[in-house]
Design a protein around this ligand. Sequence first.
Ligand code: BGC
Length: 329
Amino acid sequence: MNPVLKQMVYILSGVLFLFSFSGMLVYGYKTFYIAAEQPETQDYAYHFVLIAEEKDNEYWRLVEKGAKEQAEENDVYLEYVAPQKADNDEMLVLLDRMISAKVDGIMIQGVNGQRFVDLVHKGIERGIPIITVDTDVKSSERKAYVGTDNYYAGQLMGQTLIKHTSEEQHVGIVTGRFDAISQQERIEGLKYALESVPRIHIADIKESNITAVGASQAAYDLIKQNPQITALAGTSALDGPGIVEGLNEIAPNRNVFITAFDILPRTLELIKQDHIDATIAQYPEEIGHKALNVMLKLQSNDLVENEIFTETRVIQKKDLQTDHSGGIQ
Ligand code: BGC
């Protein structure tokens, strides 16, 4: 080959290589890097961290809001971190990282498995108070739990189904993640309540991956594979709206009794429009608020109340029309 041409080919390949390499770096950075906010922590009395299940999940943003309000009033820097998409391993990496960063306190959703228990032990040994929020892991050394009694919440869901349906029922369950303890407990509670009623049967359970799109797909598949389904129950915050969408696609005219979880605005709207029959309310802002208070107490007192259950109740259309709903409109 002509030497000039050869040189040109080399240069061109070099440029191409550099171009793809930098593209890979940018892509890799965007995909895997979880931005760590850089606080001026020395300006605050304490630096606490809230580790959520998924960063931009509306429910977790409310937990953050409640905690942040309380943090601002108490000279606390609150850092909010979470995987972009729910992922237990990533949460554990974050927990380990925050223990190494020697923050003053960690509030985290309880994670399934021994590794979580071991990490909590590591943090507590190093003098960092750790509490669970939203989901508990009783077998860990966490100092306290703040959140819904998830088993009870599942039972409430079951009782709602029993009370407001008649005749034979086949229930399809859409759950956030099989690998999340709160979801397992809610399903256990739900099953326990339904067990005593022979006319109600559980047809099948599918995961939504805690997204509305996932819940829509799950509801669609449930009905497709179990055409006898007469009721659908969603056990995490975005499942209700997703279920309504999925049902609309596969069987828009079928009368299905739908029970949802949480009181996010879209769920309440769907209750008002008669698309969702009932929802199990939990109060994420209150969870955040109370968790921050517990963490503050733990800065000077090693012993605090071990289990702080926040309110859980059933909300139906009738509760949204009057103002006896504790502020829910
Ligand atoms: C649960 C959270 C979950 C969220 C997902 C809530 O009902 O309490 O654990 O992360 O739903 O949207």
